[in-house]
Design a protein around this ligand. Structure first.
Ligand SMILES: [Zn+2]
Length: 336
């Protein structure tokens, strides 16, 4: 047997639902729970073990690797370091890496303890907000119709997106700390409405292009095809996130493969791939036409905005980490 397989076999075996605190229970998932309070490296190496978070971690680790490959090809075609018109693309790349790194780490390490469960998922929410900001920067820099340029929405989109990126982290963290398992559907409303808010802002330029194409007969280009596919993948992601399908009809049958959260991850992966393809097409097609005539992108409107929102989200996660800590200290006393 290969040494790595021997090592994986020697890892702490998974356990039953009854053996882990209720915080780790997932609706309609019955088996394959990792034990809590193990050393951190156990959770990393558990990537090679069969457990109910394994596919959730792998789907976004693979997505991260694919995206890094795409970024490499961008760097071969565009001057990402010296061309100021590429600053929005660099900001978009940064937030995509954040999205996947945060999500992968959350699913990989959250079983370590109840406090880590809260904290890692807050980091995951921060990553989602950051990705929304990155997409806003990309769309309002490369993917907008010329009629939007210089308008009020164009001017305020990035500052509003910074606020919404933090709002996503706050609302989703509230939903995590405020509710107890089994979670009510209102918890998903906290999550879906905040994510929906930033998605609405970032998708306006694309919806306008689709409208102009259908209503005014503007050209339907390849960039718009990729954007439309991205919207469909995002709507599918929302459906699987909110529906608990298919496991709600077959409890315990999708614990390892086919769970709705895994399908949600794949849909998000496809959303980001299609987004990158669309933005690539938009840059290629519009670069000479009008993008180079736009005012030069500023540092604060791109990478600076990403750094600012990152800092604010670190503060949000730190505050909610403390709140979760207090909640965990109070809860055992309540039971006594
Ligand atoms: Zn996830």
């Amino acid at each position: 047997m290969m040494p790595i397989m021997k090592f994986v076999d020697s890892l702490t075996p998974t356990t039953t639902k009854q053996e882990v605190p209720i915080l780790f229970h997932e609706p309609h998932v019955e088996t394959g729970f990792r034990k809590i309070h193990q050393p951190w490296y156990y959770y990393l190496f558990s990537l090679f073990q069969r457990h109910n978070e394994c596919m959730n971690a792998w789907t976004h680790l693979i997505a991260l690797l694919f995206c890094l490959g795409k970024f490499k090809s961008f760097s071969e075609e565009f001057d990402l370091i010296n061309d100021p018109y590429m600053l929005p693309l660099v900001a978009g790349i940064m937030t995509t890496v954040m999205l996947y790194l945060c999500s992968f780490s959350a699913h990989c390490f959250h079983n370590q303890s109840e406090l880590m469960h809260y904290t890692w998922f807050m980091i995951d929410y921060a990553g989602i907000g950051m990705y929304g900001l990155g997409c806003t920067i990309l769309h309002y820099s490369y993917s907008l119709d010329q009629s939007l340029i210089g308008g009020i929405l164009h001017d305020i989109a990035v500052p509003v997106a910074v606020c919404l990126a933090v709002t996503v982290c706050v609302c989703c963290s509230v939903s995590k700390v405020m509710y107890k398992r089994p979670y009510p559907f209102t918890r998903k409303i906290w999550q879906l409405s905040s994510v929906g808010g930033i998605y609405f802002l970032l998708i306006i330029p694309i919806l306008q292009r689709i409208y102009l194409s259908i209503h005014d007969g503007e050209k339907w280009d390849s960039g718009l095809s990729h954007h439309t596919q991205q919207i469909l993948w995002f709507l599918s992601a929302g459906f699987f996130f909110g529906s608990d399908i298919p496991q709600r009809f077959f409890p315990g049958k999708f614990d390892f493969v086919g769970h709705s959260h895994q399908i949600f991850h794949v849909c998000i992966m496809m959303t980001t791939f299609k987004k990158l393809d669309a933005v690539y097409e938009d840059i290629r097609q519009n670069r000479e036409k009008y993008l180079m005539q736009l005012p030069m992108p500023s540092f604060m409107g791109t990478i600076g905005a990403v750094l600012l929102a990152t800092l604010m989200n670190i503060i949000v996660v730190s505050i909610f980490h403390q709140l979760a800590k207090s909640k965990l200290l109070i809860e055992p006393k309540k039971k006594e």
